[in-house]
Design a protein around this ligand. Structure first.
Ligand code: SAH
Ligand code: SF4
Length: 368
């Protein structure tokens, strides 16, 4: 099997070209063809000499996950189902808003962390995605949305909030993040690329050292007793340590705050007292809150907090001068929920019947 050029960030690409006796600028040329023009066929890379194109054909290939589903919701939210192997498929979701467009990208097929309110966690862990499978989601969406044909780029922001825990797959996620930022690839600013974690501390420190982008942390509870139940990884990395890691992160982060995601579960974590607990946490680290109305799925044991409860919860935070946004539900007519995929490709490639409502997208609103 030859190497997949989608696995390479700029440095790896330069090493590859050096290894075959070519100059470093060839690496940049090929990065541009692949990621800016969306071209995967070496023969169409017209400014490469014929000999080099032949060499590339012999030694390398270019492969992104195969699109096996593509649906658009009434509100413009678009979801692709991408097959990564015979058993696994992942989702990427594009959310257009005025002045920007956000792509939600997956990092693993399944997840090991088993948060009790998350369909991806319930489905178990299949495997890490490769760099090519991660950046392939952006490559595909960018092409589909016209960004590779010289039209204005539709994707202005990327959030790693699809299936999986990105900080448990950093070896593959980091090169993909670097490609998102690279001027020869997608050229996004660090502020517009967000990694969301349930609180994997060593990963937060490594991200800070190797590729600091905007950070979102799935908090979901103001105290350890409750968070231990909702987000089991808290038993290993409790809130106090998590906040210390957030403070360390902010020393290098492109933004001066962490976004705390908070899923609103009726009667579980949504009281005024819980909100006051969050105010205490906010005294310890510069942050903003994003409230995510719980997104039910078959077999889930929770209910979404009512609209009035969510409003009141936000008000408690706001009266303490905290910035709070509440996630709007998007794409609910196409099951556009991050991490609602069960892994069985055959079952999921069928289009849902009109009006079917399986999930509502869980992407926080991250203002830039
Ligand atoms: N593993 C990472 C990123 C993927 S999940 C993390 O946990 O942060 C993206 C966000 O969706 C997280 O905040 C997660 O807690 C939230 N989420 C998961 N299941 C949800 C559900 N059923 N309803 C609403 N939000 C959910
Ligand atoms: Fe994994 Fe995130 Fe789902 Fe938790 S919320 S199970 S960390 S994908």
């Amino acid at each position: 099997m030859t190497v997949n050029l989608f696995d390479f960030d700029a440095e790896a690409m330069e090493r590859f070209f050096a290894g075959i006796g070519e100059k470093p600028f060839r690496a940049r040329q090929v990065l541009r063809w692949l990621h800016q023009r969306g071209e995967a066929d070496f023969d169409r890379m017209s400014d490469l000499a014929k000999g080099l194109r032949e060499k590339l054909r012999a030694l390398a290939h270019v492969a992104a996950p195969e699109v096996v589903g593509d649906s658009i919701a009434g509100d413009g939210t678009r979801k692709w189902l991408l097959k990564v192997d015979q058993k696994n498929a992942v989702e990427a979701v594009f959310i257009p808003e005025s002045g920007r467009g956000t792509l939600c990208v997956s990092s693993q097929a399944g997840c090991t962390l088993d948060c009790v309110f998350c369909a991806t966690g319930k489905q178990g862990f299949n495997r890490n995605l490769t760099t090519a499978e991660i950046i392939g989601q952006l490559w595909n969406a960018n092409r589909a949305l016209g960004g590779a044909h010289g039209e204005q780029r539709a994707i202005t922001n990327v959030v790693m909030m699809g299936m999986g825990e990105p900080l448990l797959n950093l070896d593959q996620v980091l090169p993909a993040l670097r490609l998102m930022l690279d001027d020869y690839a997608y050229g996004l600013s660090r502020r517009r690329v967000t990694v969301s974690t349930s609180g994997v501390l060593p990963g937060i420190d490594r991200l800070r050292d190797e590729c600091p982008v905007a950070l979102a942390v799935s908090l979901h509870a103001p105290d350890d007793a409750l968070r231990d139940r909702l987000v089991p990884v808290n038993r290993k990395y409790p809130i106090r340590d998590l906040l210390a890691a957030c403070r360390r992160y902010l020393e290098r982060a492109p933004r001066d705050f962490v976004t705390f995601e908070y899923v609103m579960l009726d009667g579980i974590n949504d009281s005024d007292a819980h909100a006051r607990g969050l105010v205490k946490i906010a005294n310890e680290v510069r942050c903003k809150f994003n409230l995510i109305p719980f997104n039910p799925f078959p077999g889930s044991e929770f209910r979404r907090s009512g609209a009035e409860r969510i409003r009141r919860f936000a008000e408690v935070l706001q009266t303490s001068d905290l910035t709070v946004t509440t996630r709007k539900t998007r794409g609910d007519d196409i099951e556009a929920a991050c991490g609602q995929l069960a892994g069985d490709v055959m079952d999921r490639t069928r289009r849902s019947p009109p009006g079917a409502l399986r999930g509502i997208h869980a992407i926080p609103e991250l203002r830039s």
